[in-house]
Design a binder for this molecule. Structure first.
Ligand code: KG4
Ligand code: ZN
Length: 340
């Protein structure tokens, strides 16, 4: 059988993505972001995102088909994010995907955005082992997963009990006056700072917390600690050392993420760990995880940074797996599921 050819459509947040994937080959990956329109609000405004998707989706589809230079009548399926995400945003991508599936008489696959963040690594590093672990870190989610079958059997062994890691980056960036999204700017600012300058708390790592929350995360206490520290400096009239605060905050986030991910691998006997989600683009997370995984004899797989943030390729990559394994298509009346 030839490699499945799939269109991947993503519109769960502020990126409109349309990709065309054949097997492990990314033929086109068009991403239109509305992030500029959200900057002055300091976060994604759902209404603004929905309108932007509506304007961007058809041009993105057109560009993707031109770039891939494939005959759409040959595709094996239309893969689309069905959730989780912003309701109004999801509906735009889903409607477009349904229209394509209906017009071409091809199967539709409504897929989970978070699983897509893991599946995208297939495009960069090829087939995954039978069983593996995943650390999923995005703007809305932070989870540790044990994956037995990427299309049907995924167990969440831990998750954040409050803020997501990306959310913590965005909030700290806002309080330092560095804008939105915070991840990339803090990542850059931290490069010139000392990660040991300020000892910020590591959430859910005390002996007692580990008993009840071994694989869970908490970042809201860290955010509050950074906020208090900065406030104290400002009240004392001292300049805030942005690079040191960024580096110290980032170290607290990345230290816990990598330690718990490694602990999961040891506990469940996993020899491969896939990193996924927007925060997976973070340079320190990529570095420290590689270091600790190496020491633990675990193979860590990190998709290229450009594929970590939201895009259609991740949904296309997952769609290929779903087609390959002969999973049942979704009904054309499938709804969006913001809390999937
Ligand atoms: O996966 P994603 O694109 O969207 C969601 O599904 O949420 O993740 C977006 C998040 C934002 O919070 C952003 O600040 C964060 O990913 N992010 C980063 C970096 N690049 C994006 N966080 C840390 N370091 C980065 N380099
Ligand atoms: Zn995402």
């Amino acid at each position: 059988m030839s490699e499945p050819l799939v269109i991947g459509v993503e519109s769960s947040c502020d990126e409109t993505g349309v990709a065309i994937v054949r097997g492990r080959e990314l033929l086109a990956n068009e991403v239109a972001s509305s992030v500029e329109q959200h900057v002055r609000f300091g976060g994604v405004v759902p209404e603004v995102a929905s309108r932007a998707h509506l304007q961007a989706i058809v041009p993105a589809l057109r560009r993707a088909t031109q770039t891939a230079d494939v005959d759409l009548s040959e595709i094996d399926g239309v893969a689309v994010t069905a959730g989780p995400g912003l309701m109004g945003a999801l509906v735009v991508g889903l409607s477009a995907a349904k229209a394509i599936a209906l017009a071409l008489n091809k199967p539709l696959y409504g897929l989970n955005h978070l699983v897509g963040h893991v599946a995208v690594d297939l495009l960069d590093h090829g087939p995954l082992p039978e069983r593996f672990g995943a650390l999923l870190v995005s703007g809305g989610h932070t989870s540790l997963l044990v994956v037995d079958d990427i299309t049907s059997q995924i167990t969440e062994v831990g998750s954040t009990i409050d803020d997501a890691a990306g959310e913590a980056y965005d909030k700290v960036s806002r309080l330092l006056g560095m804008g939105y999204p915070g991840g990339p700017v803090i990542d850059a600012a931290a490069a010139d700072g000392d990660p040991k300058a300020i000892r910020f708390p590591r959430g859910l790592t005390s002996r007692r917390d580990l008993e009840a929350h071994r694989f869970d995360f908490s970042f809201s206490g860290l955010k509050t600690a950074v906020s208090r520290w900065v406030e104290t400096e400002r009240l004392a009239g001292r300049p805030v050392p942005v690079a040191d605060v960024s580096a110290s905050f980032q170290e607290a986030v990345v230290d816990v993420l990598t330690a718990k991910a490694m602990d999961m691998c040891t506990h469940f006997g996993l020899d491969t760990l896939v990193l996924g989600g927007g925060v997976a683009a973070n340079s320190r997370l990529r570095g420290l995880l590689a270091e600790r995984a190496d020491a633990a004899g675990v193979t860590v797989r990190r998709p290229r940074p450009g594929l970590c943030t939201d895009n259609g390729a991740m949904i296309g990559a997952l769609g290929v797996e779903v087609v390959r394994r002969g999973r049942r298509p979704s009904s054309l009346d499938i709804g969006a599921n913001s809390g999937l």
